[in-house]
Design a protein around this ligand. Structure first.
Ligand code: DUC
Ligand code: ZN
Ligand code: ZN
Ligand code: ZN
Length: 467
């Protein structure tokens, strides 16, 4: 039996209009005014609400062995939190360490999600070592529909690749037409600065940022761009956090390097003074790249408005307070990460659209459409179009609330955004036409999420950045 969503205001990356949407067999089959529908059709009234395409979080960690522990979410918890927050597709970083076999890692990550996710999901395949066997395995993984790689220029000896391996990864990516996402920080500088700070007795979380200063990120960004330019591969910088790195990316793009930029939720709203707070408060706010000087926030917001920052992800990475305390007395041992998969849409809407200068169309573009295009999901995802998946967010702009760990659904005992007001939230969320969230509550089915076999996207197969 079909589903009709009546009288909402449809907002896509380029359009804004009032219409009904009719959904059958997981896809949108009709869009129009006052649609006639069969008796018995389920009706959702979206009067005075926005109807957005399901949001895509292109950067999350769910299963993650890292810094001697494991991130806390499972697909059951993370996907429900994502859906309540309006995110209907997740792209997780599949991150076996350098010591592990890539294909075994890939199968392991897939098994953590299969039949456990309430929303759709896919992976960026981390390349943490490059040799002949890994290369063969990467070809298989791309054939399986995982059409993007991830490299880390930091986290030496664990996830990190050296310049030779980066070069080989980019050559393979160019050949296969896949896009390479990259964590850009200079590993050598980070480890030298960490050791020096510790030797000076500077051990608290407030020293995390000085151990990975903006220059270190700008160097990684510049180097990645140079390697893209040399190989002709397409790249995507993850979690770009500061003005000097942005400048390096924008300059590279201006000379024709195929490069896209993501910034993540914490860097828009939190600054390094959060990590300077006393006790466990400081530990909560340690992630990499670190929270920066507040002056960077205005830079990121305006870059997002212009499209110099293409997408907003979360880098969702939930460690709990006990885990964060592993780094009490030595900031290099604090598990890096801030959870946020539930909060991205509401916070960017509130502080970007409602209280800032971000247009509704660009909001949809940055949180859904552009990721769909870059990662081979468009127009199945990221659009509201006949024939596309009925992943829809019916968003109530009248809702008022406050973010708190007491009410969130992530498997985590703190929120990095505790006390932040939100103006608006999803009231109904569908995944391929199934109502998973109603009145802001998960009412749907666990395990219906599907693995996203993705196309090779146009960005990777030649087309330069367009916006
Ligand atoms: N940064 C984080 O904060 N967490 C996970 C990995 C990363 O690069
Ligand atoms: Zn209206
Ligand atoms: Zn990273
Ligand atoms: Zn990450």
């Amino acid at each position: 039996m079909g589903l009709v969503i009546r009288n909402g205001e449809v907002i896509t990356d380029t359009e804004r209009y009032h219409a009904d949407l009719y959904i059958e067999d997981e896809v949108i089959t009709r869009i129009g005014k006052d649609l006639a529908v069969p008796d018995g059709t389920e009706v959702i009234d979206a009067t005075d609400k926005f109807v957005f395409p399901g949001f895509i979080d292109p950067h999350v960690h769910i299963y993650l062995p890292f810094m001697g522990t494991f991130a806390k979410d499972t697909y059951e918890t993370a996907s429900v939190a994502a859906l309540i927050g309006g995110t209907t597709s997740l792209i997780e970083m599949c991150c076996p360490s350098r010591q592990e076999d890539a294909l075994e890692g890939y199968e392991l990550w897939k098994s953590k999600a299969a039949d456990h996710s309430a929303c759709d999901y896919g992976f960026h395949m981390a390349v943490t070592r490059f040799d002949a066997q890994t290369e063969q395995q990467l070809r298989q993984i791309v054939d399986d529909g995982t059409t993007s790689f991830k490299i880390f220029l930091s986290y030496k000896n664990f996830f990190g690749v050296d310049d030779g391996e980066m070069y080989q990864t980019l050559k393979l990516a160019k050949e296969l037409g896949v896009i390479v996402t990259a964590h850009c920080e200079n590993a050598e500088l980070v480890s030298r600065l960490q050791q020096e700070l510790l030797a000076q007795g500077k051990t608290g979380p407030e020293w995390h940022e000085p151990s990975r200063p903006e220059t270190v990120e700008a160097e990684g960004t510049t180097r990645f761009a140079t390697f893209l330019e040399t190989t002709g591969a397409a790249g995507y910088i993850v979690h770009l956090s500061c003005a000097p790195a942005l400048k390096a990316a924008v300059e590279a793009r201006a000379r024709g390097v195929k490069l896209s930029v993501e910034s993540v939720l914490p860097h828009f709203l939190l600054d390094k003074t959060y990590a300077e707070r006393k006790g466990v408060e400081g530990l909560k706010h340690v992630m990499s790249p670190p929270l920066r000087d507040k002056s960077n926030q205005a830079v990121l917001w305006s870059a997002l408005e212009r499209g110099d920052v293409d997408t907003v992800g979360t880098d969702h990475c939930p460690f709990d307070l006990d885990q964060k305390r592993m780094g009490e007395g030595n900031f290099t041992l604090i598990p890096n990460g801030i959870p946020g998969v539930e909060d991205r849409v509401n916070l960017i809407y509130t502080y970007g659209v409602k209280r800032g200068g971000l247009s509704l169309n660009r909001f949809v573009d940055a949180l859904s459409t552009r990721a769909a295009k870059l990662f081979g999901l468009y127009p199945r995802k990221g659009a509201i179009a006949v024939g596309g998946d009925a992943d829809l967010v019916i968003f109530d702009p009248q809702y008022r609330g406050v973010i708190s760990a007491k009410t969130h659904h992530m498997n985590n005992d703190y929120s990095g955004f505790e006390g932040f007001e939100i103006e608006g939230r999803p009231s109904v969320v569908t995944v391929r036409g199934k109502v998973q969230v109603k009145d802001g509550t998960f009412v749907g089915q666990q395990g219906i999420g599907r693995f996203l076999r993705r196309e090779v996207a146009s960005a990777a197969s030649g087309e330069a950045h367009a916006g």
